[in-house]
Design a protein around this ligand. Structure first.
Ligand code: ASN
Ligand code: ZN
Length: 332
């Protein structure tokens, strides 16, 4: 007998959740047949190959602890599920390439590996276990960030260096936040922080902040002529800050218990239009305006064009896009 199951995932970061699984004979495996047959594999510390498809005699995955090897599998499968559902339900996109085909996830990559990454070549994302702190890199926002690199590759495909690289990175952070908010998981409510669950700095601080990117000590709050010369994970700050301002507006605000305080470089206030509209504008720009060579000035033009198509060029949304870019020193 073979059929779709709804397994129980006992995740590390998101509590007990439902994960897609398939029963094959007397065992179950982590294949999400409702989402393009997305599969989750255990690399068991290897750094190449596909590893082993998670399977077992019961339909319960992990126990919430990193020491149980299935737990990271449950988190990864859940993150892939939420990302699939976000693109499908919010943007009408079926899978990363829009072709209904699920990707694969690989967990337990190498030893003490403190990163996660997407590869077009295997249509897969890979997660390390972290180092020393029992914090695998399998949180919702990290999963959504990596899978969004696949979406970007299939659409605007902004070259991963210079300003276009910053826009590529920011696209992953932007939709990571959007996926997290959309999921509204009780253990991991939406925020404008990146990687707040994985404690990569060991002091509880997140990897990146979208309201004021420079809080990480390296990311850019606003554009300057040097933006194309810094690491893409820092030049992304300009667009992350734009997205925060466009969604929430400038100044102080508490959302899901997190305090934000977003400055503007021109000193003028920005009134937010909400993250749902901001996300639709960014997605339309990504999929119909951005290209391999898109720089910040082009991203401004592309998002203005997208906002004009969605809401009209005399709309409050269009004006907010212009104001939010001005607030990060792109255009005026
Ligand atoms: N986790 C990193 C990222 O997705 C890996 C990399 O540097 N490409 O940005
Ligand atoms: Zn990235």
């Amino acid at each position: 007998w073979q059929g779709i199951e709804n397994g129980t995932g006992n995740t590390q970061y998101s509590g007990q959740v439902t994960v897609g699984s398939v029963q094959s004979g007397s065992s179950y495996n982590l294949t999400d047949s409702g989402r393009g047959n997305h599969k989750t594999y255990n690399l068991n510390h290897a750094t190449s190959g596909t590893g082993t498809l998670f399977s077992g005699p019961d339909d319960i995955w992990g126990n919430g602890q990193a020491s149980n090897l299935e737990t990271a599998g449950a988190d990864a499968a859940y993150g892939a599920q939420l990302t699939w559902d976000y693109y499908k339900n919010v943007h009408g996109r079926s899978g990363i390439r829009g072709d209904g085909v699920g990707a694969t996830s690989r967990v337990h990559y190498g030893n003490n590996y403190v990163n996660a990454f997407w590869q077009d070549s295997c249509f897969c994302m890979t997660y390390g276990d972290g180092s020393g702190n029992s914090k695998p890199l399998t949180s919702i926002d990290v999963a959504a960030h990596e899978m969004t690199h696949g979406v970007t590759s299939a659409t605007g495909n902004m070259t991963y260096s210079g300003e276009s690289g910053g826009l590529n990175e920011a696209t992953s952070d932007i939709f990571a936040a959007a996926v997290e908010f959309n999921a509204n998981n009780a253990q991991d409510k939406g925020d404008y922080l990146v990687g707040e669950k994985i404690d990569i700095n060991g002091d509880g601080s997140p990897l990146r902040y979208m309201d004021k990117p420079s809080k990480d000590g390296a990311s850019l709050d606003k554009w300057s002529s040097n933006a194309g010369n810094v690491d893409v994970h820092y030049s992304s700050g300009i667009a992350n800050h734009f997205y925060y301002l466009l969604s929430e507006g400038s100044g102080a605000k508490v959302i899901n218990g997190v305090q934000y305080d977003s400055p503007t470089s021109d000193g003028l206030p920005v009134t937010g239009i909400g993250r749902d509209k901001a996300s639709l504008i960014w997605f339309k720009a990504l999929t119909t305006k951005f290209t391999t060579t898109t720089k910040y000035a082009d991203a401004r033009n592309g998002t203005l064009a997208a906002a004009g198509e969605l809401y009209g060029t005399t709309s409050a949304e269009y004006k907010a896009v212009a104001n939010a870019w001005a607030a990060v020193a792109v255009g005026s």
